[in-house]
Ligand binder design. Sequence first.
Ligand SMILES: Nc1ncnc2c1ncn2[C@@H]1O[C@H](COP(=O)(O)OP(=O)(O)OP(=O)(O)O)[C@@H](O)[C@H]1O
Length: 246
Amino acid sequence: MTTQTVVLRDVRATYGTGDRQLVALDGVSVTFERGTFSAVMGPSGSGKSTLLHCAAGLDRPVTGSITIDGVVLDGLTEDDVTRLRRDRIGFVFQAFNLVSSLTAEENVALPARLAGRRPPAADVAAALTAVGLAGRRRHRPSELSGGEQQRVALARALISRPAVVFADEPTGALDSVTSRSILDLLRALVDEHRQTVVMVTHDPVAAARADRIVFLADGRITDDARVPLTAEAIAARTTHQVVKPC
Ligand SMILES: Nc1ncnc2c1ncn2[C@@H]1O[C@H](COP(=O)(O)OP(=O)(O)OP(=O)(O)O)[C@@H](O)[C@H]1O
């Protein structure tokens, strides 16, 4: 089994064409090791979500190479990438996550069912309890808040144990107590199950729970802090990033 869960090599991603082309990632190379919790930070528009989308096989880069759990994505068919995402990747994204016609517990069980397994009902209930949604099992996404929907997505990652969980602002919509419990759960995925977590966040307090912080600016990695930092030190580094002249 590879120790490098996610590898990006010289990834370039653009939006638009011609004069209106915008370079969102400008030759990004980064490796996320198995059993680590990384935060990705940077100013708005610096390419954080694009990095997450490319790393998760949701967007294809123009050039460069991406490997997930030992599988090189370049040249795979869309069906193969979809299967890889289903089997090895967990998403805790606010915008798209859940199947709207399914209840919270059905959404939690879905990846396992698509892979031909039926997770025990007790496991589904335990995962929803762990994220504080025991009383919302039968609710559909439209009956849940944004933060609750993200917690359903996290419960799904607890059940299906993907190699890597990508989280986009997982605590952005949550109060501080719920945020802390979500970060505890993400840490547990890493510390107890050696899963890999890559989390985009603007929040220095959330980033301080990671083992490593990758800073982006203008589509490039500008800093890579591998030692734990305090929220204050992270905030100072983030401010420095924002005011740094181009
Ligand atoms: N669908 C799109 N079409 C055109 N440009 C886009 C699209 N998505 C993102 N961009 C642009 O690409 C750049 C990187 O965007 P991205 O969403 O990755 O940044 P971000 O760091 O995640 O920002 P934020 O913190 O505001 O979410 C930005 O300049 C953005 O305007």
